[in-house]
Design a protein around this ligand. Structure first.
Ligand code: IMP
Ligand code: MG
Length: 176
């Protein structure tokens, strides 16, 4: 396993920002039926924390998508390995991912669910690697902008490892 090179966001910093994002979501969706769609596996931890600070009624769904596989560079070919069969029937859908890179994952899910009768569809991400964006997708809630650096922790992995770190960190680049 590679060494942690630098902590970018510690647990307290993440918690404070997640709380702020949840307040914004709660204001914007007041009186609406909100569905959070957690993009597994990376968004499991972010979604769990975000949802616990959301004060409007919200339901939770899970999808699983993979664009990186075991490598650190996005293949940009998104595989949906666990999908949702349901129609959204006038509910407001918020796709939740921990990080957006090329945008391929969120773009694929937006396209996939565009015909499912949602009243609205938007996204929330904790981290945005803006300089890597290829696909344009609506993202109403963003936690932090980060440079083009591979990060792990708080649900994000490298080869399946590091998801349990309570902070977000950059890895040494000399392995994998
Ligand atoms: P995109 O489809 O290129 O936007 O990439 C999004 C997905 O790639 C996320 O859901 C993550 O699973 C993964 N990903 C992107 N950047 C990183 C990173 O720096 N560390 C860990 N996973 C990442
Ligand atoms: Mg991954």
């Amino acid at each position: 396993m590679a060494e942690i090179r630098k902590i970018l966001f510690d647990a307290d910093t993440i918690a404070a920002r997640v709380k702020e994002l949840a307040s914004l979501v709660s204001e914007d969706y007041a009186g609406k039926e909100l569905v959070l769609v957690c993009i597994l596996k990376g968004a499991a931890i972010f979604t769990a924390d975000l949802m616990r600070h959301i004060t409007v009624p919200a339901t939770l769904e899970f999808v699983q998508a993979a664009s990186y596989g075991a490598s650190r560079t996005s293949s940009r070919k998104v595989q949906i390995t666990r999908n949702l069969k349901k129609d959204f029937e006038g509910r407001h859908v918020l796709l939740v991912d921990t990080i957006i890179d090329s945008g391929a994952t969120l773009h694929a899910l937006h396209s996939l669910y565009s015909g499912r009768n949602a009243a609205s569809m938007n996204s929330a991400v904790l981290l945005d690697k803006t300089c890597r964006r290829i696909f344009d997708v609506p993202i109403a809630y963003k936690g932090f902008h980060i440079p083009d650096e591979f990060v792990v922790g708080y649900g994000l992995d490298s080869g399946g490892q590091y998801r349990n770190l309570p902070y977000i960190a950059a890895l040494e680049t000399d392995t994998e």
